[in-house]
Design a protein around this ligand. Structure first.
Ligand SMILES: [Zn+2]
Length: 322
């Protein structure tokens, strides 16, 4: 058996940029495919990577900002036609992610929303999102089966909210699932007012891969990532943002959302991971900062291997010589 990581997209922030797709990754465990975040271009990148849509088993959303979930409708709906076997529809694609927050996040005097969209449910969670996708595309799901043989739409997808334990219970980690081959564990991370936001750890017989999601430096993430083979961690260059127009409260908010390039190496060191792979770059433009520059600066203070991720990057576990 092998476990393979594929970076499908490595851009941070919602604004589309040329030359880098939005944040998304796949973990292929003995031909079962798990997708972590579903940003801009994820379905196309999935195809470009040679992955099989029939093998897509589950999607894990770190949080519900659009740059992490915006192409979920396409990932579910485009390959719908192939989601059937000899015995009928394949098992539904499971979409795991944050639940609705207990309270709707509010801003402060400088940053606040004006119109509240959909006030009757202003902060929907993952199952709400999946239901909304099905409702919004009901035309396609109800009408296309009249002109083409399609699998039962009722078997296409299941949304599953991840409920976090109360911190008083002693551990911040929650077991998402464990089927004896793949074990997925999550913790809440700190991403400004995007609450809840999650990081995920995948353990297989081949090794372990952790996805930070978007977070500031977070002790629970460091605990989750202990001894992992690979930590895929988002990275921001706040100094670059400051030199390109961010200042004052705007820069402070960015620092409350992200891990800076000067901090991520010590996160990897404290976690004791083997390889740090950078992703979700901010700035996202590939020519803003070179891969060598990202890796050199991010690797400060980390004794393992640091790699600047790029769309299409692959890693196979178990590691050679492990
Ligand atoms: Zn993001």
């Amino acid at each position: 058996m092998t476990t393979e990581l594929v970076l499908l997209g490595t851009a941070g922030a919602p604004m589309p940029v040329a030359g880098r797709a939005g944040i998304s990754a796949a973990l292929v465990v003995a031909e079962r495919v798990f997708v972590i975040d579903c940003g801009r271009g994820s379905p196309s990148a999935f195809a470009d990577a040679g992955l099989d849509f029939r093998r897509l088993e589950a999607v894990f959303l770190s949080h519900l900002h659009a740059d992490h979930a915006g192409d979920l409708p396409g990932l579910l709906l485009y390959p719908w036609g192939c989601r059937a076997g000899d015995d009928g529809p394949l098992a539904p694609i499971r979409v795991y992610g944050p639940s609705r927050p207990e309270t709707v996040p509010e801003g402060d005097a400088i940053f606040h929303r004006e119109t509240t969209i959909h006030p009757e449910r202003p902060a929907p969670g993952t199952t709400d999102l999946v239901e909304s996708i099905l409702a919004g595309y009901a035309y396609h799901l109800n009408v296309m089966p009249l002109d083409a043989r399609m699998p039962d739409a009722g078997a296409l997808v299941r949304g599953i909210d991840i409920l976090l334990p109360a911190r008083t219970q002693g551990t911040a980690q929650v077991l998402v699932f464990d089927d004896g081959v793949v074990k997925v564990t999550a913790v809440a991370v700190t991403h400004g007012r995007a609450v809840p936001a999650l990081a995920y750890r995948f353990d297989t017989a081949d090794g372990s891969v952790v996805f930070s999601g978007d977070t500031t430096v977070n002790d629970d993430l460091i605990a989750l990532a202990q001894g992992a083979d690979i930590l895929v961690h988002h990275v921001a260059d706040l100094g670059y943002l400051e030199r390109h127009g961010f200042s004052g409260a705007a820069l402070e908010r960015m620092a409350a959302l992200h891990t800076d390039v000067t901090e991520v190496g010590s996160v990897a060191e404290r976690a004791g991971v083997h390889e740090l792979i950078l992703s979700h770059f901010l700035p996202a433009e590939p020519d803003a900062i070179t891969a060598v520059d990202w890796a050199e600066r991010a690797g400060q203070g980390f004794s393992g291997r640091t790699t600047a991720g790029r769309d299409g990057l692959r890693r196979t576990l178990p590691r050679v010589g492990r």
